[in-house]
Design a protein around this ligand. Structure first.
Ligand SMILES: Cc1cc2nc3c(=O)[nH]c(=O)nc-3n(C[C@H](O)[C@H](O)[C@H](O)COP(=O)(O)O)c2cc1C
Length: 193
């Protein structure tokens, strides 16, 4: 089994990455393969509304590495969307990425490209907007016939400077519980396949 995490932070290995790695620790203990893709240093193009993805199962535009990432999403059993809170929402790069991913799945609706996968959204915030960012990312999963994984609190942690989230004990614990719930769901889904 494999879980792919997409980290849309502009900072490589920042707070969002720390939270994803916390989840990965638990997944790896169960032998689940993990991979994190970090958008830092890249600009993700938004959807051009060309509809040329109809019947193609991927976006046709090559300016960034969307196509490669979307292929990995199709292969993964679980997907984690991780974004820092920017302007009380997910980052612009994540918004652009999800616009394209949701149009590709919509234009190929019968294929169920992400159907019955497990999905979890997580966020790092300095102070405000975390629930809004989580809701926005979870809307993506809910449009894909995916199953959304929850935790013992909304899956956020507080911090500003990279490393700050290490001091948010509750936030870190929320990530560990999220990971264990994801493991539960992945195993249950595997049995059904
Ligand atoms: C452009 C920008 C906008 C931000 N907007 C918010 C915000 O609305 N609310 C908030 O709590 N933190 C905000 N922050 C702070 C980040 O969410 C916070 O520093 C987070 O830990 C960054 O995670 P990272 O290290 O993974 O990049 C913003 C940061 C940036 C760069």
């Amino acid at each position: 089994m494999k879980v792919l995490a997409i980290n849309s932070s502009a900072r490589k290995n920042g707070n969002t990455a720390i939270l994803i790695n916390r989840i990965f620790e638990e997944l790896n203990k169960e032998g689940i393969e993990t991979e994190m893709i970090q958008f830092a240093g890249q600009i993700m193009e938004p959807c051009k509304a060309c509809w040329n993805c109809r019947g193609k199962k991927n976006c046709i535009h090559h300016k960034d590495n969307f196509r490669e990432i979307f292929d990995k999403m199709k292969e993964a059993d679980g997907i984690i969307l991780g974004s820092p809170v920017y302007m009380a929402n997910m980052s612009a790069n994540m918004q652009a990425f999800l616009e394209r991913a949701s149009v590709v799945t919509d234009m190929n609706r019968g294929e169920g490209l992400l159907r019955h996968k497990a999905g979890a959204a997580i966020t790092a915030a300095r102070r405000g907007g975390a629930v809004n960012a989580l809701d926005a990312m979870n809307h993506f999963f809910l449009l894909q016939e995916m199953f959304v994984v929850g935790s013992c609190y909304w899956s956020m942690a507080y911090g500003q400077i990279p490393g700050d989230v290490q001091n948010d004990e509750e936030g870190l614990n929320t990530m560990s519980v999220l990971a264990r719930n994801m493991i539960f769901l992945l195993k249950a889904l595997k049995e059904r396949r």
